[in-house]
Design a protein around this ligand. Structure first.
Ligand code: GDP
Length: 197
């Protein structure tokens, strides 16, 4: 996929700040530090547009990036879940914001749930997947950091992810590496097919 332009638009703290141009939105969900920023940067071939390593406290901001390929769309970086360091109040506020966004956001076309291929999905990963599929939105699982495992172990880990999540037949799963670019074209195919059917 050739990227003509990519720019950061806004860290939105509420619906009144979400863009109003109706372009398709592709959201990224995953626990903090799983590699969401690196994934965005690899998809758009920029080193540093999405800020790597999440900032604690910013649990209620949706980061919007406008991406111009043959068409235009937004990547929406959802704050990471499974955070150990935030209060219960912050966690509850996170839940409300994400829930409202995912349930009500008309331009939202696909959620890429990012997990770490090296480890079995956590309780939070499983909860998030159950919750996303419950709303019947298209979900794609991206199992990243594949470069950190020898190729011979990929099938075993892929199977572990599928089994632990209880993956549904219509959920695509992609092995990815932000380091090597593995899975990039395959993921772009899914993104464009869902955003521009
Ligand atoms: P975020 O908090 O989900 O946005 O995670 P980041 O993108 O900041 O990544 C967390 C750490 O994992 C950083 O040190 C990244 O360099 C590293 N990382 C992310 N993706 C990969 C990957 O595919 N391969 C390798 N080897 N490291 C990665």
């Amino acid at each position: 996929m050739k990227i003509k332009n990519a720019e950061f638009i806004i860290s939105a703290v509420g619906p009144d700040q979400y863009p109003e141009d109706g372009l398709p939105e592709i959201a990224l969900a995953g626990r903090s530090n799983v590699g969401k920023s690196s994934l965005i940067n690899r998809l758009i071939m920029r080193k540093n547009l999405a800020r790597t390593s999440s900032q604690p406290g910013k649990t209620q901001q949706l980061n919007y990036y406008r991406i111009h390929t043959d068409n235009e769309l937004y990547f929406v970086d959802v704050p990471g879940y499974g955070f150990a360091k935030v209060s219960k109040t912050q966690r509850a506020a996170w839940g409300r914001m994400i829930e409202a966004y995912i349930q009500n956001r008309e331009p939202l076309k696909l959620i890429m749930q990012v997990i770490d291929l090296r480890h079995p999905p956590s309780k939070d990963d499983i909860m998030m997947y159950d919750w996303l599929t419950h709303f019947d939105l298209p979900v794609c699982i991206v199992a990243t950091k594949a470069d950190k495992l020898p190729r011979s172990q990929w099938p075993k880990h892929l199977k572990q992810v599928k089994t632990t999540l209880g993956i549904k037949p219509n959920t695509p799963i992609i092995m990815f590496s932000s380091e090597t670019g593995m899975g990039r074209e395959e993921l772009w195919d899914i993104i464009t097919q869902t955003a521009f059917p």
